[in-house]
Design a protein around this ligand. Structure first.
Ligand code: ZN
Length: 784
């Protein structure tokens, strides 16, 4: 039971279920186990002024006013049973004989169209891909106010409003994309999870990994012009590579028993990593084999539950049916990924005399001193400068549980070599120094010969290797200026991650301006191309990329950017012309860094007065950019003022919007919690501990000793309270130490390289950087 605020500001009651993983038992007596199935006949008695919906259509003959009876369900597990009693309104569509509805609160029906359309298209594409029609008589999607995520209840998927409601005039391209993406996830589950369930939570990845993969694969099928794999690269693949590299990563298949253990599995390993590993085998085995394998798996296990071996068997049969040769048994190859944690790094050493190269594998850990003797079955392929064809992503070679192989590639000695076409293999790749040099030269000379997903990954790997003693910093720093010629989303999103990290660690350096100069050299010409106004008809992800470019140009102290941002912000403030929805959050953020209280309040009031969840989230994010202590204090205080219009989950996002953005935000957040830690601790929803989470979060941003002192004083004050976990102090200290280690290992090499860049680069900065590529290459290589 919950309530929401309607358009007139009144509280309206609402009942909506969320049973996964172990909550159906609180609604009715049952064997609450994903491996057990039953049919359910749901009957709900409710006030006649409300309506009830559930997994199945209403059984009209037995229903009366105030009593809704539903048709008996198919055989299904308890955690995907659902019902909602509400005053929601719906819109309806039908495609290929399947009726679909979107439900949401009154007053938002106009915002249901995109969710309805995307839902119908995605359902149809998935049914075509699996060659299995959707199996229930109807499919509803409901937008639930104040809900965080989304849930795949069979025939009645539920979503937080920000993942379902789209306003043509106000919503952003991010919201539009996120809606299609989450719909792909939840509707993907209707097959992977609902039709075929996992036998036990140990195999959570077997439904979540597929749902995560199909959130992109189905969206790409429905909206191919978007190019959504660029977002998969940064949000799933790179995120998983970063998080799955601890000293002791857990395997995808991981035995659990208690409710707490089960809930700990809802992490990057079950979602982003499992999705990426499935994506790798999708490409390595070819889409024909993968598609047939999934059909076989779904068909053989329908209306029952499965374990990973059922998937492996189905793929094995599919390879045979498609006459696709495989070098080892599928179960051996895939188990090496599902039953051991982490992933490998491949080390490539070329023989420049005979054109061959060797590939060696080792377990990869962010900490270079951590070793293990794990081996994987690894599919690989490669492209070279003379044969820069990145289209065929099937495996051309395998490392079959061996530490290295030699490939007689007959490469020309002056060609670059790049493994892992389109970056579909879930591993990192390190090359010998000469090949790195050839790659860097190739990127500067003809960047478009290298696939954009590989361009992104080369930076991502080079960064990670350079901060862990595996590669010279100069390789990365020489590579990044190729971005002058870059306009694609995945490479720029990757670069943003790197530049943001540099900024965070280097901001207190007395020569911080060297970094800004280097960044300006790279980003200014690109900023000139992208500009600050949206172009109608431009490519989907261009709109995302512009925000990154503006963010970085501001960071680099590019004056024209700062002037143009202020100008557009003031024009909106004075009611001359509004900023485009896709740019609004970024512009508000930058303008608020140094804003008057009138300007700050303009955005603050927008937050308080809109009902649109996605917009509300974006305003919170922008307000976090303020650096004025008084404004920050007003913003933070709103989180604990439970009489205002903030919604409970939003209160917990306010501090991090600021401390993750600026040093001013970090100092102000520490001070605020010093004075208000009990009130903040009281904001807990369910079993979470917001005070604990905030302090842990802040510790990742501590880069100097007075910040450390202040934060540890706060920890000392709260560590005995029930608002925090007992390991808080240990975790905080270890995160701060990690940051000091980063500084110790990286600050000097990076800054001395930047100093050289500054000294030898000043002449080139006066040149027109958007001139001919070849001219640029000469300039760049003279510098380094
Ligand atoms: Zn899911």
């Amino acid at each position: 039971m919950t309530t929401y605020t309607d358009v007139n500001g009144s509280e309206r009651p609402l009942a909506a279920t969320q049973f996964e993983s172990t909550n159906a038992r609180h609604a009715f007596p049952c064997y609450d186990d994903p491996g057990k199935r039953a049919t359910f006949k749901v009957t709900i008695n409710h006030s006649p002024t409300y309506t009830a919906i559930s997994n199945m259509p209403v059984y009209e003959t037995e229903s009366t006013s105030g009593k809704t009876v539903f048709e008996t369900t198919v055989n299904m597990p308890t955690y995907i049973v659902a019902f909602i009693v509400s005053d929601f309104k719906y819109s309806e569509g039908e495609l290929n004989g399947l009726k679909q509805r979107v439900y949401s609160r009154p007053g938002s029906v106009d915002e249901q169209e995109w969710g309805l359309l995307s839902g119908m298209l995605i359902t149809q594409r998935l049914a075509e891909y699996f060659e299995i029609d959707f199996m229930l008589p109807k499919l509803d999607q409901a937008a639930i106010p104040n809900k965080g995520g989304a849930m795949e209840n069979y025939g009645l998927a539920t979503y937080g409003e920000q993942y379902m409601l789209y306003n043509r005039d106000l919503s952003t391209v991010n919201t539009q994309t996120a809606i299609a993406n989450i719909i792909g996830h939840e509707i993907g589950h209707q097959w992977f999870g609902d039709y075929v369930t996992i036998q036990w939570w140990t195999y959570l990845w077997l439904k979540e990994g597929f749902a995560q993969l199909f959130s992109y694969k189905a969206t790409d099928d429905a909206f191919p012009e978007w190019g959504i794999w660029q977002q998969f690269q940064t949000d799933e693949y790179q995120a998983a590579l970063t998080s799955d590299a601890s000293d002791k990563p857990r395997p995808m298949t991981h035995y659990v028993q208690t409710a707490a253990e089960i809930s700990s599995l809802y992490d990057d390993v079950s979602y982003a990593k499992a999705g990426s590993v499935l994506h790798m085998w999708n490409h390595a085995l070819t889409d024909a084999v993968f598609k047939r394998g999934l059909h076989n798996y779904l068909d053989a296990n329908k209306f029952t539950s499965a374990v990973e071996d059922d998937l492996f068997n189905a793929l094995q049969i599919a390879a045979k049916e498609e006459n696709h040769p495989i070098p080892a048994r599928i179960e051996d190859m895939l188990r090496s990924w599902t039953q051991q944690g982490g992933y490998p790094v491949l080390t490539v050493s070329r023989n420049y005399d005979d054109g061959s190269f060797t590939v060696a594998q080792q377990s990869f850990h962010n900490n270079e001193n951590t070793k293990s003797d794990k081996l994987w079955y690894i599919p690989i392929n490669y492209a070279s400068q003379s044969n820069a064809d990145f289209r065929n992503t099937a495996a051309s070679e395998f490392l079959l549980n061996v530490s290295s192989i030699k490939v007689d590639a007959k490469l020309s000695k002056d060609d670059w070599l790049i493994l892992n076409k389109q970056s579909t293999g879930f591993y990192r790749i390190n090359y010998d120094d000469k090949n790195w040099k050839l790659i860097v030269e190739g990127l500067h000379d003809k960047p478009y010969k290298v696939h954009p997903l590989n361009r992104a990954q080369l930076m991502h790997d080079a960064y990670r290797f350079s901060i862990s003693n595996r590669l010279q910093h100069s390789t990365l720093l020489e590579m990044l200026p190729y971005l002058v010629e870059e306009d694609q989303y995945a490479p720029w999103a990757t670069a943003k991650g790197i530049f943001d990290t540099f900024h965070r660690f280097l901001i207190y350096h007395s020569n911080y301006e060297y970094f800004q100069r280097y960044l300006a050299y790279i980003v200014e010409p690109v900023y000139e191309k992208f500009g600050v106004h949206e172009d109608s008809g431009e490519q989907h992800y261009h709109k995302f990329t512009r925000n990154i470019i503006i963010h970085l140009a501001w960071m680099a102290d590019v004056k024209t950017c700062q002037q143009e941002v202020r100008k557009k912000f003031e024009a909106e403030l004075n009611n001359v012309v509004a900023i485009e929805p896709n740019l609004r959050s970024q512009f508000y953020c930058l303008a608020l860094k140094d804003a008057t209280s009138t300007e700050f309040n303009y955005v603050f009031d927008k937050l308080m007065n809109t009902n649109d969840q996605a917009l509300r989230n974006s305003f919170i994010s922008s307000l976090g950019c303020a650096e004025n202590p008084e404004q920050l204090n007003k913003f933070f205080s709103s989180s604990i003022d439970t009489g205002n219009k903030l919604r409970s989950p939003e209160r917990l996002t306010i501090l991090s919007a600021a401390y993750s953005r600026s040093q001013a935000g970090l100092y102000a957040a520490i001070e605020f919690l010093n004075n208000n830690w009990q009130a903040y601790g009281e904001l807990a929803i369910g079993s979470n501990k917001p005070l604990d989470a905030a302090i842990r979060g802040m510790s990742s941003y501590v880069v100097k000793s007075d910040q450390e002192t202040k934060l540890l004083e706060l920890v000392d004050k709260v560590k005995e309270s029930a608002y925090v976990n007992s390991d808080l102090e240990t975790v905080v200290k270890s995160r701060i130490q990690d940051n000091y280690n980063w500084l110790k290992a990286n600050r000097d090499p990076i800054m001395s390289w930047m100093l050289n860049f500054r000294n030898s680069g000043s002449a080139s900065l006066t040149l027109s950087l958007v001139s001919l590529t070849s001219a640029l290459v000469i300039v760049v290589f003279r510098l380094f």
